[in-house]
Design a protein around this ligand. Structure first.
Ligand code: SAH
Length: 388
């Protein structure tokens, strides 16, 4: 069978189970249709595994299997392993929303799958995974028997793959919203118009932290989306939790999440506003500020500008928070690693002229595992800061 052959000495990353093959590492590329799965061989002919290929992408190939295992068998096995990991650590009576498949973190490049109670939501990033979608959907549907399977593939990365956005019901009945449970707390997830696949499941452990340390505090939840941190703060005994987001539909759903949890209307204010401007409001009296912005550096070339954005909001929050106060700050840009983010926060603290200490560090929740062979799968990092 026709195979892709790597250049001599360029097989090391694949032998180390990294999933990506850059075009510069390829010696021979046979005739093939973009998106096809092909065997990958070292220069000496040894079979290293199988990858899907797309000439349009700078990451030409992405491995779906290593060694001799046939690719479709390997994909089914990766799906089963991913499900088994989550099966073990979630009690659906307490938490019925989770990430089932975390792309390379679960050995499945280009595929994210989230489960919201009995609704499965897929996100496909690449042409190769697009072609494998029928296999994936069949396998997951047989294992989980979901009420509905949605696709929410609206990632900018798809352009590079030659793909447009897809938002579709792939199987089952149309569902507009689902009531999920996380740590016993209910939230609404809107499937048809929300962000990402509907809910920021990666912040589950941080939501628990907020609940644990919000007692008696006046909380400002910025980049609040549907208000999950605000809900947790109030359930944890916060005096007040105000929410700010530039999206009016997100703020409307945040209000509904307050109602769903029986929180009184006066428990917090909702502002549809730009956080960069809001943090300059003169009347802020909060002693716990949460900063959970979108990725400011989506590409490597955005890192400098992105860090400027992170520094601005952190400086403003550190200046404005009442002492003794808390600031919980995050970055979800994987191009800004933890060391760089810490430097940015250091600079922000220095410019704010406040005494700042890191109490805890945070990462994405465990159902978003980081592949040890591919550290790029780590993207979310956060610090709980103490200001006095
Ligand atoms: N903390 C949220 C997730 C935040 S996602 C949660 O745990 O659910 C980032 C949010 O920032 C999005 O809801 C987006 O609408 C909002 N956003 C992006 N840029 C913004 C800006 N400049 N000002 C206010 N909100 C912004």
């Amino acid at each position: 069978m026709k195979a892709v052959v790597l250049k001599p000495g360029r097989d090391k990353a694949i032998r180390h189970r990294h999933h990506w093959i850059f075009s510069g590492a390829v010696r021979d590329l046979p005739e093939f249709e973009d998106g096809a799965v092909l065997p990958v061989r070292a220069a000496d002919g040894e079979l290293l595994g199988h990858a899907y290929f797309n000439r349009k992408s700078s990451i030409t190939g992405r491995m779906v299997s290593f060694g001799q295992e046939p690719p479709e068998e390997a994909i089914r096995r990766s799906l089963d392993r991913a499900l088994a990991l989550r099966e073990r650590y979630f009690d659906p009576a307490v938490t019925n929303a989770r990430r089932l498949i975390n792309a390379e973190g679960d050995g499945l490049p280009g595929l994210v799958a989230d489960l919201y109670d009995d609704v499965l939501v897929l996100q496909v990033a690449t042409l190769g995974m697009e072609k494998l979608k029928p296999l994936v959907v069949d396998h997951l549907a047989a294992a989980l028997r979901p009420r509905a399977v949605y696709e929410r593939s609206d990632l900018p990365a798809r352009r590079e793959e030659g793909l447009g956005d897809v938002e579709a019901l792939l199987a089952g009945e149309a569902v507009e919203r689902v009531r999920i449970l996380e740590g016993g707390i209910p939230y609404w997830v809107v499937l048809t118009s929300g962000q990402k696949t509907g809910f920021y499941l990666d912040q589950r452990e941080s939501r628990r932290l907020v609940r644990e340390c919000a007692a008696g505090r006046r909380v400002l939840n910025t980049f609040a989306y549907t208000g999950s941190f605000s809900v947790c703060a109030l359930l944890g005994g916060a005096v007040r939790a105000d929410s700010v987001d530039s999206s009016a539909p997100a703020m409307a759903l945040a209000r509904e999440n307050f109602e769903l949890n029986g929180l009184p209307a006066g428990a917090g204010l909702f502002f549809t506003a730009d956080v960069f401007e809001f943090l300059r409001e003169p009347a802020l009296d909060h002693d716990f500020i949460i900063l959970d912005p979108p990725a400011f550096a989506k590409k490597r070339t955005d890192v400098v500008a992105g860090c400027r954005g992170y520094k601005d909001i952190n400086r403003l929050a550190l200046q404005r928070v009442r002492a003794p106060g808390l600031v919980l700050t995050f970055s979800c840009s994987h191009f800004v690693d933890e060391g760089l983010f810490q430097q940015v926060v250091f600079q922000a603290a220095h410019e704010a002229g406040r005494r700042v200490r890191i109490l805890q560090k945070h990462r994405q929740a465990f159902d978003h595992p980081v592949n040890i062979y591919q550290p790029e799968t780590a993207y979310l990092k956060g610090f709980l800061l103490y200001v006095d």
